[in-house]
Ligand binder design. Structure first.
Ligand code: G3P
Ligand code: CA
Length: 334
């Protein structure tokens, strides 16, 4: 059973990552303050089996590890999900060691304002995030949801650091394991979700990337997904492809209708304010870091009938939802 929260949901992707270094308590706290319905931690494991929030297990782009002499000899190259990755990996650090690192902005060229927060925040554990959610829900007297993603689950399982049991244990410890708990669990790996299905009543979300398992969003694929998941979390181009010639937004695909026909919700990722991420037609000026007409882009996805939107800028998407639910269709006047 899905939770009774306002829909379409606004899901703060890696927190309010347009405004703070991603996957920090500051980023999640700001997302909640801005009014996001859910915050989204991506989860990986430390050497001692603690779940922490990072988008990938290689952490040189999102922490100061590369400048930390005491860890210089931890730099290595590994095969992760079929690709060689060089850098520093969470599974080579104990939680105590990882806690000495500080988060940095992943996208300093696009988000230079966020670099003033570099060095200020540590890497949060999943338990710390759940405590924050609990505290803020009480303080604000509203339900704040959490939308964890298991990252590289097969890879971590092969290391003896499977993510699934610690994930379910943490959620259970925090009382977030009931059918109406405001939680979605997401993964790109069907096997991971199929393992979880008989072990949790929480809704599961099959992620689909536009360069990955697109067979999962055909009508046949969606029927299969509906046997173990409650929603699909799809790259935005799968819902509204761009015109190949112009790069402008095109007509909506049948993914939303096909998913709804088999009882699956559709959550789309990822909307961002910067021109760099916007289709032609919604960009303003030529600076990739400048803010474009992201409200209009969000409106297009709301018009397409999605049930949730992952966003780096929750305030923008919340405003688009407010306009949408008020029946107001706006157009930029630039
Ligand atoms: O989880 C939805 C979306 O976040 C998947 O993309 O790469 O940002 O985790 P990613
Ligand atoms: Ca994610």
């Amino acid at each position: 059973m899905l939770q009774q929260l306002p829909e379409p949901l606004v899901i703060a992707h890696r927190g309010a990552s347009g405004y703070r270094p991603e996957h920090t308590l500051a980023s999640y706290r700001l997302a909640i303050a801005l009014g996001a319905d859910y915050i989204e931690p991506d989860l990986v494991s430390t050497r001692d089996g603690v779940l922490v929030a990072r988008h990938e297990n290689e952490i040189s782009r999102t922490t100061d590890v590369a400048g930390r002499g005491e860890f210089a000899n931890r730099m290595t190259t590994k095969l992760v999900d079929g690709r060689d990755r060089s850098g520093w990996f969470t599974e080579d650090f104990t939680l105590a060691e990882l806690k000495t690192l500080r988060a940095v902005e992943r996208l300093p060229e696009l988000r230079p304002r966020n670099t003033r927060y570099d060095g200020r925040y540590d890497v949060p554990t999943f338990d710390e995030i759940l405590r924050l959610v609990e505290e803020e829900s009480v303080r604000l007297d509203r339900s704040v949801g959490v939308y964890p993603e298991t990252k590289h689950p097969s890879y971590f399982a092969e290391l003896g650091l499977a993510l699934e049991e610690p994930l379910l244990s943490s959620l259970s410890r925090h009382g977030l394991d009931g059918p109406s708990s405001p939680v979605f669990i997401q993964s790109f790996e069907p096997g991971n979700l199929q393992w979880l299905r008989p072990r949790t009543r929480l809704p599961l979300v099959q992620l689909v990337c536009d360069t990955g398992r697109v067979d999962l969003v055909t009508s046949t694929g969606l029927r299969r997904v509906a046997t173990y998941a409650d929603a699909v979390g799809v790259a935005k181009g799968l819902v509204i492809p761009l015109h190949p010639d112009t790069g402008t937004i095109g007509d909506a695909s049948s993914v939303v209708a096909d998913a709804h026909a088999v009882g699956l919700r559709v959550h789309v990722w990822t909307l961002r304010d910067e021109n760099h991420y916007l289709p032609n037609g919604y960009r303003r000026g030529t600076d990739p870091a400048a803010t474009g007409d992201s409200i209009e882009e969000a409106q297009a996805f709301l018009d397409a009938g999605v049930d949730g939107i992952f966003t780096d800028h929750p305030d923008t998407t919340l405003e688009a939802r407010r306009l949408h639910t008020s029946g107001i269709r706006t157009h930029a006047t630039t």
